[in-house]
Design a protein around this ligand. Sequence first.
Ligand code: MLC
Ligand code: AMP
Length: 505
Amino acid sequence: MSNHLFDAIRAAATPEAVFIETGDGRRWTYGDMIALSGQLAGTLAARGVRPGDRVAVQVEKSPEALMLYLACVRAGAVYLPLNTAYTLAELDYFIGDAEPSLVVISPGAREGVSPIAGKYGAHVETLDEAGGGSLLELAADEETDFLDAERGPDDLAAILYTSGTTGRSKGAMLTHDNLLSNALALRDHWRFTRTDRLIHALPIFHTHGLFVASNVTLLSGSSMYLLPKFDADEVLRLMAEATVMMGVPTFYVRLVQHPGLTPAATAGMRLFVSGSAPLLAETHRSFSEKTGHAILERYGMTETNMNTSNPYDGDRIAGTVGFPLPGVSLRVTEPETGRPLPAGETGMIEVKGPNVFKGYWRMPEKTAAEFRADGFFITGDLGLIDARGYVHIVGRGKDLVISGGYNIYPKEVETEIDGMPGIVESAVIGVPHPDFGEGVTAVVVRQKGATLDEAAVLAALRDRLARYKQPKRVLFVEDLPRNTMGKVQKNVLRESYADLYSAGS
Ligand code: MLC
Ligand code: AMP
């Protein structure tokens, strides 16, 4: 039987070659990967997971968690990773919307999640970061030679939720070929070979750490150092052994502040990739001055995988995201009409290609609204193509904050704040933050006589929203600035508070 994505992974695998090493020296070969993902796939099937079923997973990062992703691919299930920061209130929505047949969570979360899973008819199993939990206990009894489920290029491999501008999160449906075609394009573009060793310090519940980092490693038969999270000391130590790192801009901001970042420390590295949020030109320059390496910036999103990349050979230009990847068509249009704009003019970035997702889970109207009639996906990012063909992202048409590489939709935070007693209204904005790029900031109007303060607003949000979505500051004002149409002028607020997080403020 053929399984579009896993057949390609299997073909690139040399059984005795190392796939994963952890910081504490444990190793998994490609042979181990095939055996363990086979046992886990067998466990899924035995637990009643059928091809097309969703498997929701909210667990700490570990080699076994990655094997579970591969097991889902092999069993024909749809992998649904969830940010470990999500609260039970957020989880209830995702499980209710996706209706998974199985939910895998950390052992400590079982008590809280089981009633939610039960409400929607899902089984629960557990997995911890040290390889313990009920799922692996069951897997130990399974055979390693699982017969992979038949899956074609257009079958779903994963659903990744992205927050919606109108509040409700949308599940982006990604097919086997969306993932495979993009990983192959990146592998070739970034010249990955079996001899590469990737520093993997990203979370594995988003496109960047899950698909870009892991699938490129798998499809090149190379290896990775899988770290629980980003830690500048640990990453610098591993650079002596590694060849490539992928990170969000915050990684690079923290590295350039570290005294250990020197030409000697990075001498064995051949490539540093940045993405998920804009890399400041200043960070690019400073990194290059301290190491001699030009960071390679690329641009992608959950719905499209990776769209563009700076060149491997040739100029990696700070402040640009490079050229469309092979197979990807990119154009800049007038947002209202979709009319293509000439080079140099700013408009909506639209993309089309095998990388672009199949649509939003059970939201056909939302899907239709974000595609043009000729199949181009409207990204919501504003940009231009310069005379040399480099793509520049100059802003966002969507009301979105990106903090440390995580997306926060202001509407979701505003809805929570507006529902609190004593609040008239709120506007949530992103303003420059030295570490996270943008800091989530709430500007709030209180009812006359209300005594609610910053601490009370933050306390009320604690169990409602993931930590990274919670405002770093809550500021109170008499009125929000509005234009003649009555729309809140967030640009005015962003200007007023531009220095809020600067050193010394
Ligand atoms: C953690 N915190 C954050 C945060 N991460 N707050 C805002 N934004 C973030 N991104 C909170 C913590 O809960 C903590 O709260 C406080 O901030 C300080 O935490 P920290 O110890 O400094 O954070 P750290 O654990 O070091 O995490 C920061 C980070 C991490 C940048 C390393 O957020 C990260 O790994 N981000 C990567 C995100 C990513 O993979 N994005 C890809 C999406 S895919 P408290 O309670 O202590 O106050 C995509 C498509 C594409 O976008 O193109 O790739
Ligand atoms: P997500 O929905 O989490 O996948 O985030 C995707 C969004 O991140 C894109 O639509 C862009 O706004 C942003 N993004 C990703 N890479 C870059 C980059 N290199 N520069 C600027 N913005 C980026």
